[in-house]
Ligand binder design. Structure first.
Ligand SMILES: O=P(O)(O)O[C@H]1O[C@H](CO)[C@@H](O)[C@H]1O
Ligand SMILES: O=c1cc[nH]c(=O)[nH]1
Length: 254
């Protein structure tokens, strides 16, 4: 029997899932969940290149204020996010900023508001395969602080509010019942999404840097439904969160 070592196999070659080879991407990547949001990131860039689109992982590159930027979609949830981060790291990405959407869990968060992550409650299965359940899922401190500073700066004078706090990553969107939502609210968890747990844990274990800024899609304790007419506000929030992430990449020279 020859047991494969996945950590040594596939280094330095075009990656199996994301379809990217070393040299095709930059040192920093913005990570939306949805492949259709990658061209939204490209709207901010010059010299845009379509690099690959396999499965849920679409990748484009370009330049923002002279900085080479990559945008790759992770798909929904921790399994495909862990794969994207592992494979992007193998082709040269060292810093990751997730630009997502997320449901608010505290009163006052409205669709389109910006949510900066200070850490993640790991309610996912993927990271359990990587690390002890007590291992923290935390962003790079400098990226988190800079995302918050720039989010406040870019939102000043607008109706967009900026929040910073701990979020949760769930696996099962439709299994979030009232008891679980109330418990997260009681713990002071700001918002829930589905990818940052894997992003942070894989990044820490592989010596990479990561952060996250989301636009609120809804509010699970305040009656702001996903099915309301507030989706335009969420799109504005996405665009602003992308700009915040790009400015952070420039300011920290990621
Ligand atoms: O908008 P994205 O980045 O996909 O993020 C959120 O949206 C999806 C659920 O609707 C999940 O992926 C969740 O994390
Ligand atoms: O974005 C998300 C993720 C999990 N649950 C939600 O309601 N929204």
């Amino acid at each position: 029997m020859t047991v494969v070592d996945k950590n040594s196999e596939g280094q330095g070659v075009r990656q199996y899932h994301i379809g990217i080879a070393p040299g095709e991407v930059s040192s920093v990547a913005l990570l939306p969940g949805d492949p259709f949001r990658v061209p939204m990131i490209a709207e901010f860039l010059t010299d845009v290149k379509d690099i690959a689109h396999q499965r849920e992982h679409r990748t484009m590159t370009g330049y923002y204020k002279g900085k080479h930027i990559t945008a790759t979609s992770t798909g929904m949830g921790c399994p495909s996010t862990a794969i994207a981060v592992e494979e992007l790291a193998r082709v040269g990405v060292t810093s990751f900023i997730r630009v997502g959407s997320s449901a608010g869990l505290q009163a006052g968060i409205e669709p389109g508001d910006l949510l900066v992550s200070e850490g993640t409650l790991r309610n996912d299965g993927t990271t359990a395969a990587y690390a002890h359940h007590g291992f923290p899922a935390v962003p790079d401190l400098k990226i988190a602080v800079e995302l918050h500073r720039i989010a406040l700066e870019l939102s000043a004078g607008s109706s967009t509010k900026v929040f910073s706090g701990i979020n949760a990553s769930d696996d099962a969107f439709y299994a979030e019942g009232p008891e679980w939502i109330s418990e997260l609210n009681r713990l002071g968890i700001l918002n829930v999404e589905m990818e940052s747990s894997a992003l942070y844990v894989v990044a820490r274990l592989r010596g990479l840097r990561a952060g996250m800024i989301c636009a609120a899609s809804s509010n699970l304790v305040d009656g702001a439904s996903l099915y309301s007419d507030k989706n335009a506000a969420m799109k504005e929030g996405w665009m602003r969160s992308i700009e915040v992430a790009l400015e952070t990449a420039v300011s920290l020279d990621l």
